[in-house]
Design a protein around this ligand. Sequence first.
Ligand code: CAA
Length: 435
Amino acid sequence: MIPLRHPAREKFFHCVEKMLGFFHGVENPGRTQARLRAVRAPPATAMKIGIDLISFHTPSYYLDLRTLAEKRGVDPDKFVIGIGQERMAVVPPDQDIVTLAANAALPIVEKAGRENIELLIFATESGVDQSKAAACFCHRLLGLPAACRCIEVKEACYGATASLRMAAAMVAARPHTRALILAADIARYDLASPGEPTQGAGAVAMLVATRPRVLALDPETGFYTEDIMDFWRPNYREEAFVDGKYSTRMYLTTLIEAWNSYKAASGRGLADHAHYCFHLPFTKIARKSFERLCKADGIELPPKPEIERLLDAGLLYNRQTGNTYAACVYESLCSLLDNAPAALDDQRLGLFSYGSGCMAEFFSGIVQRGHREHLFTDQHRAQLDTRVPVTYRQYEDIFNYGVPKDGADHVFAPYRGGPFRLAGIKDHKRRYEAK
Ligand code: CAA
């Protein structure tokens, strides 16, 4: 038996504590709240873990919200200015969350290789199967190693953030390994409902590793949960139910809960972050969120140009795609990294993730020196620049098309899109293919 103070035993407990620290956002999760307040950023020598590469993908079709506004008899400014959305991604029948995510991840595995990827987590609330994880489909499409754990994670739009923390914990325990996080969703509300202009679709893939080339995560985070019904989608529905005003109120309330907890864990304040990325069901909420943070801290709102500097680069992509649920805050991160007004090297970013139901987390990370060389900026911009507009009629046809639910075999015509597509359904099995 190993004696109580044996070095092997101490080393083991040290490892476990370090790993739990990534989940709990404190160095030693067993201590009291008073201890929490004393925790500061880790020493510069601590192992860096975070986002090594990040890539974003959205469908090749979109509906202009001015077209939708005209059809609904609404002033287009309500959508473009009032909620801050310009276009919504439209998903053709041969794309789904699996293909969107695999399309987002392919540039990453082609650049970074596939070896030592021991964990593949797929975060989504638009699952295609009640049993099989969407990660298993992507595992084959991406040609990942057989020694890789594949799972699907759900908590509305928060799933990718939980996945990121779990991946970081695994990498802390096994520093030679890497994890791939996929976040993909298709946001659907009833036609002509208040939620309709906030629909969208897209995916983000993130490689998590030690010595990350893009963003090193700070270990301190603040999180908050409460059992509420602000937005949900029962298994028998394709479209979400949402209490729009209540969900917005809860988003902003839980932002402050998570922020206060993050501040207690990190000792940081608003001035310690060079930019902010928020979960963006619609981009106007970023400004509301920042105003709420200033109010909570008793800080006067900065002048408009400073607010724009802090937020706007992180809103560009989401304005063009609409809500991408689990991928949202990471799409905003891509947008900021690709379009920042000045160099981000060594800058600390503040990020807020919200999932209805609800879960909220405020966390931060430091952009790594030289990160620009490792971004997929040109691909992201080219994708958005070459999308094809659909008419209102085409949008409604695609919305109503849906995958048949009668169990019959089906073949999908090829549409524009990334390298992977859903070719059809045969014997109740989805058949994905590379183009
Ligand atoms: N010109 C400019 N602005 C205008 C305007 C015009 N002609 N007409 C209206 N506006 C402004 C309004 O003043 C309002 O601005 P403020 O919020 O700053 O006051 C804004 O446009 C929206 O107007 P309404 O509140 O009247 O809009 P609405 O009743 O149609 O609902 C919504 C808006 C609640 C966001 C709705 O789109 C919705 O339900 N969306 C889905 C739910 C959602 O996104 N919730 C967010 C939090 S939950 C979450 O984050 C999880 C998730 O991803 C779903």
